[in-house]
Each structure stands twice: as C-alpha cells, then as structure tokens.
Design a protein around this ligand. Structure first.
Ligand code: B1M
Length: 632
C-alpha cells in the first residue's frame, strides 16, 4: 500500500494496514537549510527528499507562499489572493483596476488604482524572518486603513475573475506521486468575512471595525462573496482529491457566535460543492478549538488538519477523537511542543506517545502529524522516532489498554460578577460592559453635573464594570470585540473623569510599556492586554510586535515606565524575554521597572527562571498582576 493510499483510506474512514504518518516540517527545513544546519545525512536534500528518505508521507497541505522566481503568483497577497500552482487557479483583475508594484529593500509595495480611489499594501520578508523559516510575507501595511477603502476594495473584488489553472496543479500532483495527497488550496478565509478578518484588516482592528462599521464591512463581504463562489466552482471542478477550505479557527479569534454566523454557512456551501465534485473537504484547525468542537463537527468537514491537542491547547487527543473521530479525519495530534527539549523531556515525549496510541483506539480516521509544524529548534530525532513508533505500534485496528484522558478544565472557576447596587451608577456600568462609548459620553457628564464625586464614579462604577468584563471574558461569556470595546469605553470614561480626580489619583495609576518580542508577529493577545491595562487606567505605550531587544531598552530609558509587559506566542521566541531582561540589567535599568510576561508558551516558572517580576495567563490576570505590583 502506498503512503498516499493509506492517507486516502484514512480520509474516507476506511482502515489501512498501518496508521499514516506525514509530519509537517517546512519551517524546520527552511530555517535549517538557510542556516546550513540540516543534519549531516540530509545535507543538500529538499524537504520532500528528506521525507522520502525517512519513509514518511509528504505533508502537502500548506504551500510555500514565497515561491522562488514567480513574484506574479503572490502579487495579490495583500488582498488575500494567490495564484500558486497549489491553488489550481489564477487571479485576473480587470484593466479597469491598475495594479502597480515596487520592491524597496525587503518590502514590496502594491497599489491598486480604481475609478473610486486607490488603496495600497506593503509586505515584508526580512533576513530575521528567513532565518526563522517563515514562508509567508508579513503584511506591514494592510489594505483597509480608512473608511473609504472599503468601497475601493469592493470595486476591486467586483472586477476579479478566477480562472482554472489545472495544468500547473497537475504537474505538482505528479511530483508528489504516491507519497502524499496534493491538497489544493482554496481561499485563506473560509468565508468573505473571514477573508476580511485575516487579510484585509489588522487582526485586532477587525474586531472594532466589525462592530463600528457594520454597513461598510458587510458591503465589502458581499463583494468578496462572488469571488469565493468562482473559486469554489474552480476548485470543485479540479483534478484534486482534497481541498483546503477554511483555516485558523480559534475559539477566541473566530469565537462561537461569530463562527456560527459568518463562517459556518460557507463551510456548508463549500462542503456541498466539494462533495459533489468528489473531493474531501479539509480545514486547517490549528487553534484553540474547545469552544468550537461542536460547530466544526456541524460544519460537516471531512478532514481537520493541524489538530493541536493538550498540553498546547485545552482539548486532549482523547477528547478530539471522542467528539470528532466518527465523522472527521484528524490529521495532526502531536503538538510541536513535544519536539522541543525546552518544553518536553525525553520522558514527556515517550509518555505522550504512550497515551496517544491509546487515545485514538481503534485508529480509524487518523493521519499522524505535527501541529502545526516542526519548529526550527526541534529535536529532529524525535520526528524519526515518532515515525518508527507509528510503524511499530500503528498496525490497525489499535487495541485499547483502557487509558482515557479527560478534557482539561476550561478555566479556573469564575466568581460571579459583582456590581454595586447603586442605581445611578448602573447606567455607567452597563455602558462600560456594553462597550457603548456614546452612552459613556452621555452619562458621565450628567453624573458630574448632578454633583457626583468623580472618585466614586470611577471606583464604584467604571472599574467594577471592567472587572466584570474581564471575568466574563475569562469564563467564555464575552468575546474579544466585547473586551476591546469595553476597554475603549472605559478609557473614554477616564478621560472625562480625569480633570475631576485628585492629582495623586491622576498620576498614581502608573505607566506601562508593552510589546511582543523579536521574531514574533502575534499581537492579538498583546493588544488585548494593552486594552485592558488602559481600561484599568494605566497609561500604556504599545511598541507593537516583533520588537527588538534594543528597542525595548531604549523605550524604557526614554519613557521611564513603572511596568514593562512582554508577550510571546512562539516557543522559539520565548528566549527573547530573557534577552530583554538581561539587556536591561546591562543598561542599569532593571531595578527601575517591573517586568511582567505572558503568552501561551510561558508560565510562572519561566517568569521566575528568567528573573521577571510576574506572569499573567490572560488579560484580566495581567491587570490584577500589574495593579498588585504597582500597589506593592
Ligand atoms: Co500562529 N502560532 N504562527 N499565527 N497562531 C500559534 C501561536 C500556534 C500555537 C499554532 C499551533 O501550532 N497550533 C503556533 C506556535 C507554536 C509554538 O511555538 N508554541 C503558531 C505558529 C507555529 C505560527 C507560525 C510559525 C506559522 C507558520 O509560519 N507556519 C507563524 C509565525 C509568525 C511569527 O510570529 N513569526 C504564525 C503566524 C500566525 C498568523 C499571522 C497567521 C496569526 C497571528 C495574527 C496576529 O496576531 N496578528 C496566528 C494565529 C492567529 C495563531 C493562533 C491560531 C491564535 C493566537 C491568538 O491570537 N489567540 C495560535 C494558536 C493558539 O494559540 N492555540 C497560533 C487569541 C489571543 C487572544 O490569545 O495570544 O494566547 P493569546 O493571548 C492571551 C494570553 O496568552 C495572554 O493574554 C491574552 C488574552 O487573554 N497574553 C499575555 C498574551 N500576551 C501577554 C502578555 C502579558 C500577559 C498576558 O504580559 C504581562
């Protein structure tokens, strides 16, 4: 049986002889080949040649978005469209839209000029990104920057044609041959709204725009819809066996009500067209899926790829298999943290695998893979041993020894929200909780005019309401947009109350600097923490993402903050936090500022190890932590 046949059988829910194994290691390969640090036995080999030499299936789901020598394939990356061979289609824009591009150093600028106006995007790939193995440019300047950009973009999308390009796809399919499934790549967002969210707006800005400018956002989504329809008909009619339609679902970013409203209907639509075209429908489910398990199942997808279980997320492999295993093929299951010495000892690695083979009994609908991909500093030997283990213990059907791991607790129990009973403050509290800045502008001046003390409005109205928001977010009852809008309403309240507060109270809440460390572009969590800290009355200077160590040190010297908050979402960038702390020591600044850290891969122990003053697991804990440190 070929590797491809095994995988296809798993996709169809049939029972191959042995579990298929197709590890994704593009990031690892690109970084190590760029740095000349591939293992000696694999020097000079392509990634596919390495997989073949090791006897693994080829993981052909996520393309390389930086193809050598074909810039035209990625020219529309800034508006979320690609014409790669893996797409099986080509994007053609009508001559009514003039497209200009220019390269300046590591940055490519692309401008679209239409009769309704112009928009521009800028994307960058730096030396540092190449060293980290990154395979897609970073959008430094997004397409939507002003309200008028919505209608310009709508015009552009109304003038797009999606043409089949099956010949190049078929060549690629033939290169892969019997060693893997050439998964054709549909659009990056599963639906028009997710397309806007992922590609056209800054990740955090989207949540605000989605609430503040519903009409414009919806109008643009309506213009994108027909382009996705065209794409669906092209991919459904293609020679592919499997199609990727839908990526990066995450219970916070594509939170359940949003997923249900904006994504689910398109997954149904795509699923129906793909099934009619005889194709398996695959989604790249690399995020935190606990709050989305039932919705993803209801979407009727065939394959969930990059499934990343506990300990990197809250859902154990056993739970995934129990909830999805009868209808969805799970491709993944090995969290990448298992491949790193820093986060998993040899014993942890072995224990995980022992449990894994029990969690997936009888082993149907499983393709063993890495979620999401192998990091550059992974212990390569673990990929090899994993392959050997699958070969040895993966004869199907698997037999149970009765081990079952429960799903991890969602969060610590959330105390019931406490609000003061005072009727006159209710309106202010509700305005904060509802994120209603206009209501704040109405109620606070009215209360001040009635003679209410600003200190009472702040401490008995505004701050308790923000605490409620933090608790409800933690408990999963409020979502990211709610928190961002509440924090914005709270900042407005503080601005209005400021002149009436005592000078001690005005200056006493403190100043903070925040940023995501070098090499790390994840900024949604950091932005949330910044918003909550602002909401709690701190003056926050946000240095952004991918902040160099020197830039942190210079900013501390310049702004003299009370607190420096560092965020990191990648195991590979965690060490940057220690670098920042060490550099501050060297500059004689460490004693002058409290350093706090957060982000998915770090914890309290790590904070202590690197000499930070504290760790917070989420945005509301960050507020309590910082307030505690400032009070102490
Ligand atoms: Co990426 N990504 N990503 N990604 N991404 C993760 C983090 C990953 C866990 C996915 C996975 O493997 N399942 C994985 C990291 C694995 C690891 O190293 N441990 C990963 C990877 C591998 C990558 C790339 C390398 C993928 C690739 O190229 N193959 C690449 C790296 C790019 C780079 O940074 N150089 C990459 C890219 C991206 C996107 C650009 C597509 C996008 C980021 C968009 C953006 O931020 N502007 C993205 C996303 C969205 C994710 C997931 C799906 C979601 C992250 C998120 O925003 N969550 C994520 C999967 C996951 O986390 N399970 C994943 C919502 C947010 C509110 O939560 O950020 O955790 P979070 O923040 C929380 C807390 O952590 C805490 O409070 C926040 C609010 O409660 N917190 C702090 C955060 N910072 C704090 C600071 C504090 C205190 C608390 O200071 C005191």
């Amino acid at each position: 049986m070929t590797r491809k046949e095994r995988m296809l059988m798993a996709v169809r829910g049939e029972v191959p002889d042995v579990l298929p194994y197709a590890p994704r290691f593009d990031l690892w390969y690109r970084a190590n080949s760029y740095l000349g640090t591939l293992p000696p036995q694999h020097r000079g080999r392509t990634a596919d040649a390495i997989a073949r030499a090791e006897g693994w299936g080829l993981h052909k789901i996520i393309p390389d978005f930086l193809p050598e020598g074909r810039p035209e394939d990625t020219i529309h990356r800034g508006i979320g469209l690609f014409s790669l061979r893996e797409n099986g289609c080509r994007i053609r824009i009508s001559p009514k839209v003039e497209v200009q591009s220019r390269q300046e150093g590591s940055t490519r600028h692309v401008e679209y000029h239409t009769p309704l106006g112009s928009i521009g995007v800028a994307e960058v790939v730096t030396e540092e990104m190449r060293r980290a193995g990154v395979s897609v440019t970073w959008l430094k300047e997004r397409a939507i920057k002003r309200l008028e950009d919505y209608r310009v973009l709508a015009y552009i999308f109304e003038n797009i044609e999606v043409l089949p390009d099956y010949a190049r796809y078929a060549e690629w399919q033939a290169e892969i041959g019997d060693d893997g499934i050439a998964c054709l790549m549909g659009p990056s967002g599963a639906s028009p709204m997710q397309h806007i969210q992922r590609d056209l707006l800054d990740a955090t800005e989207f949540f605000i725009e989605y609430r503040d400018h519903q009409k414009e956002v919806r109008h643009l989504a309506e213009a994108i819809g027909p382009v996705l329809e065209q794409m669906l008909s092209v991919v459904a009619g293609s020679p592919a066996e499997m199609v990727l339609w839908g990526s990066n679902f995450d219970e916070m970013i594509t939170y359940a009500p949003y997923f249900e409203k904006e994504i689910l209907p398109w997954l149904h639509k795509a699923g129906t067209a793909l099934r009619d075209g005889g194709k398996a429908h695959l989604c790249h489910c690399d995020g935190e899926n606990l709050g989305l398990l039932d919705l993803i199942r209801a979407a009727g997808i065939g394959v969930a790829e990059a499934v990343c279980p506990f300990p990197m997320t809250k859902v154990t492999m056993a739970e995934y298999y129990r909830r999805w295993g009868d209808s969805i093929t799970i491709f993944g299951g090995i969290p990448q943290s298992l491949l790193l010495e820093e986060t998993a000892s040899e014993q942890d690695f072995k224990d995980y695998l022992d449990g894994f083979f029990q969690d997936i009994v009888p082993g149907t609908r499983i393709i063993v893979g890495i979620a999401d991909t192998t990091p550059p500093n992974a212990v390569f030997d673990r990929l090899i041993r994993l392959g050997e283990r699958v070969e040895k213990a993966g004869r199907l059907p698997l037999v149970s020894t009765g081990v079952y791991r429960e799903v991890a607790a969602r969060t610590a129990s959330v105390p019931a929200p406490q609000l003061v009973a005072d009727q006159v403050l209710h309106a202010v509290q509700n305005a904060v909780i509802d994120g209603d800045r206009d209501a704040i502008r109405l109620h606070i001046p009215a209360l001040l005019e009635q003679g209410m003390n600003a200190h009472i409005i702040l401490h008995e109205g505004v701050i308790p309401a923000m605490n409620v928001v933090g608790q409800q977010f933690k408990g999963g009852d409020l979502f990211i947009p709610d928190v961002l809008l509440a924090a914005r309403a709270m900042s407005e309240a503080i601005r209005l109350l400021e002149p009436y507060l005592s000078s001690g109270e005005r200056s006493g809440r403190g100043k903070g600097l925040i940023g995501t460390v070098a090499g790390d572009l994840h900024d949604i969590g950091k932005n949330l923490v910044a918003a909550m800290l602002r909401g709690a009355g701190l003056e926050i200077i946000d240095l952004g993402a991918n902040v160099a160590t020197d830039a942190f040190v210079e900013a501390v010297a310049l702004h003299r903050p009370n607190v420096l908050a560092l965020s990191s979402l990648l195991t590979t960038t965690m060490p940057e936090m220690r670098e920042v702390i060490d550099a501050m020591k060297a500059a004689g600044l460490r004693e002058k500022v409290r350093v706090v850290i957060g982000g998915a891969p770090v914890n309290a122990k790590y904070a202590a190890d690197i000499g930070a003053d504290g760790y917070a697991g989420d945005a509301s804990d960050a507020v309590s932590l910082v307030q505690g440190l400032l009070a102490g």
